[in-house]
Structure formats: structure tokens, C-alpha cells
Design a protein around this ligand. Structure first.
Ligand code: DGJ
Length: 728
């Protein structure tokens, strides 16, 4: 009885605290989505709706009462930016120690403004601590047509000394859905982007990285959250997003006692307390996501469109097909061998030759991964006439020339390490720890930033027609300690954040001087793929695992988050699958090769030429069209997907067997197509047939293709089929 009285008293107290007068209502809207924020009587800003757009804005003020939220006793669980040390018990978005050492923070609504940008609306909401001169601005950039929202915060104060930020999230969200399935991605080298589905129960689930540089080697910053039970390609409410930050991230999914979902996303505060000086501000990176109420397919198409329209370098432009020498030669090459490979690139019809690792270092030649990294002078023994000679020879053969670099890193066995030990991140009192025999340079140091910029700049100064850069990054940060920060008396806890900002500075300078050159983002495979870097990069390397069967799964899973034109898929000698199968798999993104063309049979070379020619004919659909996933290889024994152009006049469908066992499920035919115009007639023909001419094709209506479908006849005898579908 006593307990009941206390409970009643507590809930009465809480409901009076949380009662809403709904003074200010702030809708954040796109074409289909709205987030509605509202102040309560005490000027706390609350999230009262996250989901489908309401047709009438006047309905917004009625939302909160409908949830019966107060009787749930949910205090401030739905706060727009959850504070610490005062009232709530949910994971904070912000936690600070003020100049006077007090460690509580509260934030009340002050005012907001809305401005229209090209294609987006930017809402800025100003919050202030009622006791301290401490301010947080929340930003919501809502992209109308793409249903994509970017959220970030800006923190500042005018206190009498530094304020320590122990937690400083970009975004805080709240969903009222009730049944959440999270797809997150685990990984390791050659095993990137392995999906894991978790049915979230009450409590906390965090995806995070502490690796410093190649942040998504073990965990990707990407996720999919199904909000009302498991969503499919075409059904269900789903959020797909990531933190656009090339550094340590933390995305926390906290399911509360009411089965509502509280998300806090931002830089991982691990070892990263920020000392913020008075009158300076700290801007957090963007948490970028979309919501779809028509399943994962629509959500991923939203993100593809957003990336190509607004984020990705040259998102509406073209890309180069290429021949890379990494898996063809590894470090074992010289000038003559390279020149002899250029002809092969021309022969199979690609646009460019890409020279990989191993072209530099003299005192410590880069003949394996143990030496030379950091010494960016051409190796005179291997390449006596230098890079300009190679560029010239490639161009004479009719192909462009691109080059690999890894400028953020150093081998201890290098002249750079000998001459500039203070440029290296390490703990002087502790033994060095190597990852792939290398260490990370201190990009917090402006001199190191100049050096890294110089590596790229010098290459272009020496070789103005250099066509492409592959930018690698193999080591995470061990023993994170910066001599530069130490000298400047900046706390070491700023290292991870300042490293990321330092890299961003360098990339910004490179893009200011060389705005259009294509650059591949590579990180010992696919360890770096956050959206912030696509302001500088045109494409990325998914993984060093180039087995085509593995690649089908990986490319499938990456495709929820990145458009196909960003995905570098190379045909290599790995695996015993046929050349046709490998090329068909690589063609569902940005096609490249990593093979010895000079060792191929005439038949294979002829097939390569034909397949590259076909690719040149349909690549525009893959790069700029809409992706529809038709049969999921995680669920069935084959993968099937298609791309359709905007006009719905051209489409290409890829089909791959993924299980060679006798009992493989081949009874999935026909496969229904999507995204076509039911009223149009289409010629449907299989292309990329090995050693056989392409057939004339059959004609079907779009209605037939989407209602009945087609049978790609994939089997152990014909494990892949590429089908071109063109309106007549
Ligand atoms: C790792 C990359 O993922 C590979 O493609 C290759 O460039 C090597 N590094 C070179 O060292």
C-alpha cells in the first residue's frame, strides 16, 4: 500500500512536470516524412512524432495527446536532445562539466528559424541551459524529394573557463513504433559488411568504432532499422542511415520500457573529451538517414539519389573502367613489365591502367609491405624513367594512367620515420604496435597535413595528365598520442577528432586544386566508406575479397547504402568460377580488372572485349538508374537485381547462382521485374553469352514482365545471366 502511494505521488508529480501546453510546434518535413518537435510547459523540446507526413499541419498539435504518453510515465524519454545529470534516465545526447566543475546540463527551447535551400529545408533550433551561458543549436536539413534528413548540432558557451564535453552527439531521435529489427554490419579484413539482424529488446544496443582511421573495418557506421517488425524490399517502415564521420562513431539504439526507440548518434566519446574554450563552438558531424514506409528498396533508392544529387563528387557524371596491377603482380614488377601490361588494358577495352603499391622508396625499397611507406620518391631500380615515362607509354597505347598512394602512413623502415619521428602517432614510453608493419602519421600537425597534400600535389605537378588516384589506408591508430598536440598543450583527448579534421583539411585542399580527378577510397579493403568522404571521392574499394560469390553478397549488402557507381568491382584470378561469371558479377557496379591479360587465352580476351563493350552500352543504367533487388541471396540460392533508367526505357537485370549444390533451389522462376512501365513493350535479350552471339530477344509488355516475370535460366551449367530490357 505504501509503495502504491509513493508510486501514485511520483506519477502525479511527473505528469505535472511533463504536461504539455504545446506552445511551439516545429515540423521537419520532406515529401513523405515528418518529425514533429514540440515544447512543453517548461520549455523542454520534445519529439512527438517521427514517421509518415501528416497531410494537414493543424493535426500536428493533436499528436501528443493521442499517444497517452503521460500515463506511460515516460518523463523526458522523448527529449529532442537528451540532457544529463538532472531529470532523465535515458542515454544523454550531451554531458558536460561546466567551468565551475558542475556536471549537470539542461537545455530549454529559445527560438528557431527555417530557411529554404536548393532542394532542402534547413531548420535551426536554439537551446540554452537556464542556469549557465551554455548553448546548443540543433540542425535538421530535410531533403524534400529524397526523404533524407541530415541532423547535427553545434555547441558553444561563454562561461569563465573551459567546458569539458564528455558526450556531444550529432542527433537524438525518438520513434513510437514498438517492434524494432536492427541490421548492423560486422567485419574484418576480406569480410567487410557482414549483416547481422538483431531483434531489439528493452535496453541498449550500440554500434561503434574505436579504430581512429579505418573506422569500419570491424563495424560499419551503416545500419537499417525496421520499425514495425521485419521489413522487406517493398513493405514495412524502415530507417537506413549512418554517421558521416571518418573517425570513431557511436550509434546507440535504446529501447525504453514503453518499447519506444531512443537513438543517440555521434562521434564516439571514447578517449575523446573535448575541452571547449569560451566563445568557440564545436560542430558535430552529420547523422544522415532516410525513412521509407515502402520497404528497404525505396529507402536505399532515396539514399542513392541523395548521394548522387548532393554528396558524391561527380554523382551525375561518368567513371573510368580500369585494369589494376595489384592482384596481377603484387610488388613484383618493373618498368618493362608494367609497360607490357598497358597493351592488355587496351586489348580488353578498358579506359585506364592503375599502378598499385610498390612504385616508390629507394633507401628502403617498397618491395613488400615491410618497408618504404612514407618515402614517395619513385624507385629508381624498378622504374628508372619515373612515372612520367609510364604515363606517356600508357597514353601511347591509348589508355589513361592512374596511381596508388597511402600518404597517411609510414613504415618504421623508411627515411620519413628516421627523419621525422615526431610526425608519427605513438606513445614514446611504450613499445610500438604495428598493423601491416606500419604506423599512422599525425594529421593533427599542419606540417604533416602539408606533407600529405604534397604527395598528391607533386604527382600532379610532375604528371599533369594523371587520370586517377587510389587512396589507401591500412592501419588503425594504436598507441594514440600526438607530439604536436603535446607541444601545443592541447589535450590528447582531442586526438581522434583532430586527426579526422586534419584529413578533411587535406582532402579539401586537394579538391580545391584538383576538383574533378576521380579518386578511389580504399582502406585495406573496405574499411572506410562514410558519406563525409564522398565529398572528395568518386568511388570506393569494397574489399580485398574478390571471390565473385563472396562479392555478390557484399555488393548486395553495400547496395543498401551506396549507389552502384561508387562500388569498384574487379575481376581477378581469385576463385575457380568462370571468367563470364566474374565479369557478370563485377558489372553490377563499376567494372574493373585485376588480372594478367597477357596470360589469358584468345577466347577469354575476346569475351572480355565483348563484355566491356556491353558494359559501356549499359553502364549508364547501372550508374544512374534505380536499383530493384528481386531475389535475395541471403534467402535463396540465387541473387537477382535490376537497374532501370529514369525514363523506364532501358533496364539491365543481373542473375547469379550462389549455391552449386545439387539440391539448390532453382524453382524460383519466373522472376517478376520491377520499376518498368506496364504500358510499354520491351525487347528482352540475354547478353554477355560466352562464345555465343547474343540472341535477338523476345518482346513482352512491361505489365507481363512485372506480373508474370521472366526466367533467366540460371543453373550450374549457366550460373549467371545478364539480361538487357529495352523499350521498343
Ligand atoms: C590494400 C588494398 O585494399 C589493395 O587493393 C592494395 O591496394 C593493397 N592495399 C596495396 O598494398
Amino acid at each position: 500500500m505504501k509503495r502504491f502511494v509513493i508510486y501514485l505521488f511520483a506519477s502525479l508529480f511527473l505528469s505535472s512536470v511533463v504536461a504539455f501546453s504545446q506552445d511551439v510546434t516545429i515540423p521537419i518535413e520532406t515529401e513523405n516524412v515528418s518529425i514533429v518537435l514540440q515544447t512543453d510547459r517548461l520549455n523542454n523540446l520534445r519529439i512527438v512524432h517521427t514517421g509518415k507526413l501528416l497531410k494537414s499541419k493543424t493535426d500536428y498539435s493533436d499528436i501528443f495527446a493521442s499517444y497517452n504518453y503521460n500515463s506511460e510515465g515516460a518523463s523526458l524519454n522523448n527529449s529532442a536532445f537528451t540532457v544529463a545529470g538532472i531529470i532523465n534516465f535515458m542515454e544523454p545526447a550531451i554531458a558536460v562539466v561546466h567551468a565551475d566543475k558542475n556536471n549537470s546540463v539542461d537545455l530549454k527551447y529559445v527560438k528557431h528559424s527555417v530557411s529554404s535551400l536548393d532542394g532542402a529545408t534547413l531548420t535551426k533550433i536554439e537551446l540554452k541551459d537556464p542556469v549557465y551561458p551554455f548553448y546548443v543549436n540543433l540542425f535538421y536539413k530535410a531533403w524534400e524529394n529524397e526523404d533524407v534528413i541530415e541532423q547535427w548540432s553545434e555547441i558553444r558557451h561563454t562561461e569563465k573557463g573551459n567546458v569539458i564535453l564528455n558526450k556531444f552527439a550529432s542527433a537524438n531521435l525518438y520513434f513510437y513504433n514498438k517492434d524494432y529489427y536492427l541490421t548492423s554490419y560486422n567485419g574484418a579484413w576480406a569480410k567487410e559488411m557482414m549483416p547481422a539482424l538483431t531483434h531489439l529488446q528493452q535496453g541498449m544496443h550500440t554500434i561503434q568504432s574505436r579504430m581512429g582511421t579505418r573506422e569500419n573495418l570491424h563495424v560499419s557506421p551503416n545500419f537499417m532499422l525496421s520499425l514495425d517488425g521485419i521489413s522487406t524490399e517493398n513493405t514495412g517502415s524502415v530507417m537506413i542511415g549512418q554517421l558521416a564521420w571518418n573517425g570513431n562513431f557511436s550509434i546507440q539504439f535504446e529501447t525504453d520500457v514503453y518499447r519506444n526507440m531512443h537513438i543517440v548518434a555521434g562521434i564516439n566519446p571514447y578517449q575523446s573529451a573535448i575541452e571547449l574554450k569560451p566563445n568557440t563552438s564545436f560542430e558535430t558531424p552529420r547523422f544522415i538517414y532516410t525513412l521509407s514506409f515502402e520497404g528497404k528498396g525505396k529507402a536505399s533508392r532515396n539514399l542513392h539519389d541523395w548521394m548522387r544529387n548532393y554528396q558524391l563528387v561527380d554523382g551525375k557524371g561518368s567513371r573510368l573502367t580500369l585494369l589494376n596491377n595489384w592482384e596481377a603482380t603484387y610488388f613484383d614488377f618493373d618498368q618493362d613489365k608494367l609497360v607490357s601490361l598497358f597493351g592488355g588494358a587496351k586489348e580488353i577495352g578498358v579506359d585506364m591502367f592503375l599502378l598499385d603499391d610498390g612504385w616508390f622508396g629507394n633507401k628502403y625499397p617498397r618491395n613488400d609491405d615491410r618497408a618504404g611507406l612514407g618515402d614517395w620518391q619513385v624507385n629508381k631500380k624498378k622504374l628508372p624513367d619515373g612515372i612520367p615515362f609510364l604515363v606517356k607509354k600508357a597514353e601511347e597505347k591509348g589508355v589513361l594512367f592512374g596511381i596508388w598512394v597511402e600518404p597517411e602512413m609510414v613504415n618504421p623502415k623508411s627515411q620519413l620515420y628516421e627523419q621525422k619521428p615526431d610526425w608519427v602517432l605513438r606513445q614514446e614510453k611504450r613499445p610500438e604496435i604495428y598493423f601491416r608493419n606500419q604506423l599512422v602519421l599525425d594529421l593533427t600537425n599542419p606540417e604533416v597535413q602539408d606533407f600529405v597534400f604534397g604527395v598528391i600535389d607533386n604527382l600532379f605537378i610532375e604528371n599533369p595528365s594523371l587520370a586517377y588516384i587510389k587512396w589507401d589506408c591500412n592501419a588503425p591508430i594504436h598507441n594514440g598520442h600526438s607530439k604536436y598536440l603535446e607541444k601545443k598543450k592541447i589535450p590528447q583527448s582531442h586526438l581522434y577528432v583532430e586527426y579526422t579534421k586534419g584529413l578533411d583539411n587535406v582532402l579539401q585542399r586537394i579538391r580545391e586544386k584538383y576538383p574533378t580527378v576521380p579518386m578511389m577510397l580504399c582502406s585495406g579493403g573496405g574499411g572506410r566508406t562514410d558519406y563525409s568522404l564522398f565529398k572528395y571521392f568518386t568511388e570506393f574499394w569494397l574489399s580485398d575479397n574478390t571471390d565473385p560469390v563472396e562479392r555478390i553478397f557484399m555488393q548486395w549488402d553495400y547496395s543498401y547504402h551506396y549507389p552502384a557507381m561508387t562500388m569498384c568491382n574487379h575481376v581477378t584470378s581469385t576463385s575457380d568460377k568462370s571468367l563470364k561469371y566474374k565479369i557478370d558479377v563485377a558489372s553490377m557496379g563499376k567494372l574493373g580488372f585485376d588480372i594478367r591479360v597477357d596470360e589469358m587465352s584468345e577466347e577469354d580476351k575476346k569475351f572480355c572485349r565483348k563484355a566491356v563493350n556491353n558494359y559501356d552500352n549499359f553502364k549508364d543504367i547501372v550508374w544512374h538508374g534505380d536499383l530493384y533487388r528481386l531475389v535475395n541471396p541471403h534467402e535463396k540460392d540465387l541473387a537477382s537485381l535490376m537497374f532501370v533508367n529514369d525514363e523506364k526505357t532501358r533496364s539491365v537485370m543481373f542473375n547469379y547462382l550462389t549455391n552449386w549444390r545439387y539440391n539448390a533451389d532453382t524453382n524460383l522462376r519466373p522472376i517478376k521485374l520491377e520499376g518498368l512501365d506496364p504500358a510499354k513493350n520491351y525487347r528482352v535479350k540475354e547478353i554477355n553469352r560466352y562464345n555465343q552471339n547474343d540472341k535477338e530477344g523476345e518482346i513482352y509488355s512491361g505489365d507481363f514482365l512485372m506480373t508474370i516475370g521472366i526466367n533467366p535460366h540460371v543453373s550450374v551449367w549457366n550460373p549467371s545471366a545478364v539480361i538487357l530490357i529495352e523499350a521498343i
